[in-house]
Design a protein around this ligand. Structure first.
Ligand code: ATP
Ligand code: MG
Length: 565
């Protein structure tokens, strides 16, 4: 995969460069992306995907996709399928290297027996509460479990019977015997196996004991010959356990765990648990609701894989947590769509314009370029013009303030690609609402230029009333009203959901060339933003478009204006 983005150095690249120079892994770079199939991937995962697959591509290495499926009660094949789709959609390929931690259950079990044989693991009959109570605190050491001194043979026998299903859930665990006085709580005899009589989406009812994440992860990495095991910062304190397990066991290699700061994005959440609640409680329409930070949501919104990859490269990787402004992501989306999205005309909030001196029943077509700044780029389309048109309601003002250059009584403006028109009068309904704006046009200005050289200050977009398509258009705002909803301690995060995050317009009007738009196709509606034909609901005869992003960064201005109040 090629990318036009410049490649910035970062501390992980420095580590790999050094390993390459020292021949540490004989020139090999092997990474993995290890999602737990308990939810849909979000933009934070994209950072990890771009990093792991990106580094592998850059150094001529490999990146595995590995499902970390050790917690069967929360996992589902629905998530497995979606994760694979999404990684491919982002532009990455694991080729034949698709793995599941559950593939290693037998090996993991054998390694656990090996730990027992070495006197480094024991079966503990304490209740979960007793284990928790004896763990100690950050300032006090933990207490030895009464079962810590159990003879090896007894441990082996009990562990085998745990596997055989003789004991109920929660009655016993297998713990690594490390150091109850360690200042690192993760080393205070961590649980490595628990009893769970639950069905697993891949291994079925074969197992009723399941290995813990920390124990599974390091061994899975080693079995796959991973060289650089890249994870997020919260695992920094788990690294000594990662290394301990690999040091004690006869595994094929000892990968290096490297931690980086996770991505946090303003005005949204990255917690899979809360994203699930957003869906389950109906705050959004589903995992792929275009307001969601999930990759299926962003995709449906119209965000492109290229834009997301560029964003991930631009934010870089660091060792310190930060909150990234949404504008950075939106900028990447605009930059990408600007090069590829055809320009067309659509009126989101229409008001009718009648051109009184234009012959009734006459239709003429203007050839308008899809890329006005580079007309040959993608050709033209015909845009029909007639006596009755629609323009944006906000492009007309009966009593315009200074510096309003658009249409107003007595004012002449250019209708994009067509003619100069001058407003003569308006027609109102009983409530005084304007229903029609009447104009005259100057036939000499055909194509949008006056032969006498006279200028107009405003150019507005329009569609033909008779030929335009009625469409549903959805406009989005931030999903939360708080920049960091996860950090607000005073409110439940639900109270911070933006009640105006979705605005649905059911009366928008599109130029007729959009009749052939396919689901997922992107356009720029001139002056209104980039829009995407909805992947699920858009159909011929029933157009549905989502606004992907506005043309400029209007949000920044709104925030600035609010602050100025
Ligand atoms: P959970 O809370 O269920 O553990 P998770 O977000 O860690 O969720 P995983 O499926 O375990 O989800 O994540 C897969 C990989 O993606 C992990 O290596 C994790 O470190 C990485 N990852 C998850 N969230 C982010 C994030 N916000 N930024 C960068 N990487 C992330
Ligand atoms: Mg995780």
């Amino acid at each position: 995969m090629s990318t036009a983005e410049p490649v910035f150095s970062n501390f992980i690249r420095s580590i790999i460069d050094e390993d390459m120079a020292n021949g540490k892994w004989a020139g090999r770079v092997a990474t993995r992306f290890p999602p737990e199939p308990n939810g849909y991937l979000h933009i934070g995962h994209a950072k990890s995907i771009c990093l792991n697959f990106g580094l592998a591509n850059e150094y001529g290495g490999t990146c595995n996709l590995r499902f970390d499926d050790t917690n069967p009660s929360k996992e589902d094949v629905e998530y497995v399928d979606s994760i694979m789709d999404t990684v491919r959609w982002l532009g990455f390929d694991w080729q034949d290297r698709l793995y599941y931690a559950s593939d290693y259950f037998e090996k993991l079990y054998q390694y656990a027996e090996a730990l027992i044989q070495k006197g480094l693991a024991y079966v503990d009959d304490s209740t979960p509460e007793e284990i928790r109570a004896a763990r100690g605190t950050l300032t006090e050491p933990g207490q030895h479990s009464p079962y810590r001194g159990r003879p090896t043979q007894e441990n082996l026998d009990l562990f085998r019977r745990m596997r055989a299903g003789e004991f109920p859930d929660g009655s016993r665990v297998l713990r690594a015997k490390i150091d109850m006085a360690s200042p690192n709580i993760n080393l205070r005899d961590p649980t490595i196996y628990r009893i769970k009589h639950v069905h697993h989406h891949r291994t079925g009812d074969q197992w009723c004991i399941y290995p813990m994440y920390d124990y599974t992860h390091c061994i899975s990495d080693a079995l796959e010959g991973i060289t650089h095991s890249i994870c997020t910062l919260e695992f920094e304190d788990h690294r000594p356990l990662y290394d301990w397990c690999l040091d004690q066991l006869p595994v094929p290699c000892h990968p290096q765990q490297i931690e980086f700061a996770r991505l946090n994005l303003e005005y949204t959440l990255m917690s899979k648990r809360k994203l699930l609640l957003l869906v389950q409680e109906g705050h959004v329409a589903g995992w792929d609701d275009p307001r969601m930070p999930t990759l299926v949501g962003l995709r449906r919104r119209g965000y492109t894989p290229g834009a997301i990859r560029a964003f991930c490269e631009r934010i870089g990787v660091a060792k310190r947590d930060s909150l990234i402004p949404m504008e950075l992501l939106e900028k990447a989306v605009r930059d990408d769509l600007n090069l590829t999205a055809r320009r067309v005309m659509a009126v989101l909030d229409p008001i009718k314009v009648v051109i009184d001196n234009y012959p009734e029943g006459q239709v003429e077509h203007f050839e308008a370029p899809y890329f006005p700044d580079d007309p040959p780029a993608m050709g033209n389309r015909p845009v029909p013009f007639g006596r009755e048109l629609y323009i944006e309601r906000e492009d007309f003002m009966e009593e315009p303030p200074k510096k309003f250059w658009r249409l107003a009584p007595g004012r002449e403006v250019r209708l994009r690609w067509a003619y100069f028109v001058t407003c003569t009068h308006v027609v109102k309904d009983d409530q005084g609402r304007i229903t029609e704006v009447h104009c005259t046009y100057d036939p000499a200005t055909k194509g949008g230029d006056a032969p006498d050289g006279r200028k107009v200050k405003g150019t507005i977009h329009w569609v033909s009333a008779a030929q335009s398509l009625l469409a549903t258009v959805r406009l989005y705002d931030r999903l939360f009203t708080h920049a960091n909803p996860a950090a607000d301690k005073e409110h439940d995060w639900r109270q911070l959901i933006n009640p105006e995050s979705l605005k649905t317009l059911t009366w928008a009007r599109l130029e007729p060339s959009l009749a052939s738009a396919q689901p997922g196709e992107m356009f720029q509606f001139e002056r209104k933003g980039f829009f995407c034909a909805d992947l699920e609901e858009h159909a011929a005869g029933k157009p549905v478009f989502n606004r992907t992003v506005t043309l400029r960064d209007t949000w920044q201005k709104i925030v600035a204006a609010d602050k100025g109040k």
